[in-house]
Design a protein around this ligand. Sequence first.
Ligand code: UT7
Length: 329
Amino acid sequence: MNKGGAVVRSLLLGCGAYLPERVLTNAELASKVATDDEWIVARTGIRQRHIAAEGECTSDLATAAARRALEAAERDAKDIDLVILATATPDYTFPATATTVQANLGIHQGAAFDIQAVCSGFIYALATADNFLKAGQHKRALVIGAETFSRILDWEDRTTCVLFGDGAGAVVLEAGMGAGANSDRGILTTHLHADGRYRDLLYVDGGPSKTQTVGHIRMTGKEVFRHAVVNLAEVVGEALSATGLTPADLDWIVPHQANLRIIDGTARKLGIDTSRVVVTVGQHGNTSAASVPLALAEAMGDGRIQRDQLVLLEAMGGGFTWGSCLVRI
Ligand code: UT7
């Protein structure tokens, strides 16, 4: 519960996104693997996904989204002293892709590192940046979610290859003072969870230490679906009870864009009308850590999400990991 008294708030100043040029439609996919547009749309809501060009890396997507976020926030790269990049598809095993993005942007001060929480990565990164800003250790953060999942898909496995796509989204956070009330602008509360017992339901079957390969995504979709609806409704409930707010107080929900049925099911469970839920999964599929900022950038860019509105971000992914972030724009 926000009890009042001056506090540091992480203000969300601007958001940007980037999708690679190449679009892969359901119809084109159906010519390569045993699937069809009707099945994909009915089961997931996905109509197309974007695929990074040859040689186009996660850092390139992230840099493009970060530039747009800086522009929207009216801030210079030289003002940034923290770069956190959420990704499960880094350019290299090391160094962190965040350091490449930092260099691309000409930032030479502060810290830069990656966060790996798969589809929940952007929420984990937001929570991390918020705590650094609240602690006074950094002043202005670029928080990015960027993925090239096309590089870790098994293109012969129809149960996964139709679901994912490439993309990036970013926000600029800046430390400012608030009154400690729910009417403050900025991040009001964040909630993170993980339960590694569910690792085998959604994972990549390769890695530097275990197999010395990159590996491919493996998923038991039905089980992930079942957990997602329960966990996401719970973690949204946590954000509301931490602030003493109700679903009716939320102006928007910006959910992880994995499956329209999960998005609708979670909204129904919370009693939130779908007209207040931002949905972009149809245009880019599941872009993992990029999906929440991609949806946020679209709704902020087209004027749906307005200054002073209350927005709930949520995501769930491999691990399992899941989390929520309540922010007043
Ligand atoms: O980002 C967080 C992680 N990801 C998720 O949140 C994803 C969670 N899971 C899901 O979104 C859904 O479980 C899926 C979309 C992956 C699958 O939907 P479903 O309704 O759970 O379908 P299913 O796996 O039970 O498969 C139903 C049928 C099966 O055929 P049979 O066994 O009933 O004959 C599948 O073989 O659909 C078949 N199928 C397909 N058919 C056409 C599976 N994939 C495809 C496909 N095209 N691409």
